[in-house]
Ligand binder design. Structure first.
Ligand code: ADE
Length: 221
């Protein structure tokens, strides 16, 4: 998969994209990530990318021209263009699965007070990572890239993510334990030491269901 990210702050991605699983996924060629500073596309002599809002109001609004020109430079027939905004569709694991099947994602990060609304004519979907407002789309872009990349076949062991979703029904994870068997008087549940795999699977499923019912009943609807 190819992922292009349009941002005014490409340095923010350093670290997140150069460590651990995202690093390995790129080294193995499973994903190619490219950052594009759309300020480089502005036609403004002072390199401006934003301006005041028509009708008044505080804050600066990102202009269409630099973003659309950058977009048109990298877009192909296979591209899916995602705009990150708090007013977008709520991001869910199901969306991560669907997006992990795409050939080419283009992710646009906003900043300041928002976008010129006309940018929407150039994007396929608007996505929000949650009901809170961040200073820009960079952290949401990292969230998308991380959650999508781990679902690309061969990036992590398949069982690791088969367990985090039952088709499009999502259960919270079951409890896990490691050594020692007793820590400060707290014991690992007996069933996990029984060696009976069917029993372990059943227990894990029940625990996941119980946790989901208690904490996130909305996920079961
Ligand atoms: N930009 C600012 N806040 C955001 C959010 N919650 N989701 C996506 N993009 C954003």
């Amino acid at each position: 998969m190819k992922i292009d990210i349009l941002t005014l702050f490409p340095n923010m991605f350093e670290g997140v994209f150069t460590e651990s699983i995202l690093k390995r996924a790129q080294e193995s060629g499973k994903v190619t990530i490219e950052l594009h500073d759309f300020r480089e596309y502005t036609e403004d002599p002072h390199l401006k990318v934003d301006d005041t809002s028509f009708g008044g109001g505080a804050g600066m609004v990102l202009m269409c021209q630099p973003i659309v020109d950058c977009l048109e430079h990298i877009k192909t027939d296979d591209s899916k263009v995602i705009l990150l905004t708090p007013s977008g569709i709520p991001y869910k694991q199901k969306m991560a699965y669907d997006l992990s099947k795409e050939k080419h994602l283009i992710i646009i990060c906003g900043h300041y007070e928002g976008f010129d609304e006309r940018i929407l004519n150039f994007v396929d979907m608007e996505v929000s990572i949650g009901d809170y407002v961040l200073t820009g789309g960079e952290i949401p872009a990292m969230v998308l890239v991380d959650s999508i990349t781990r679902l690309i076949p061969g990036v992590i062991r398949e069982e690791s993510h088969i367990e985090d979703s039952f088709n499009d029904k999502y259960l919270l994870d079951y409890p896990t334990y490691t050594k020692p068997r007793v820590y400060r008087g707290m014991e690992v549940p007996e069933v996990l030491i029984s060696g009976d795999h069917a029993k372990v699977d059943k227990w894990r499923y029940e625990q996941a269901l119980k946790k989901t019912e208690e904490r996130r009943p909305d996920l079961l609807k």
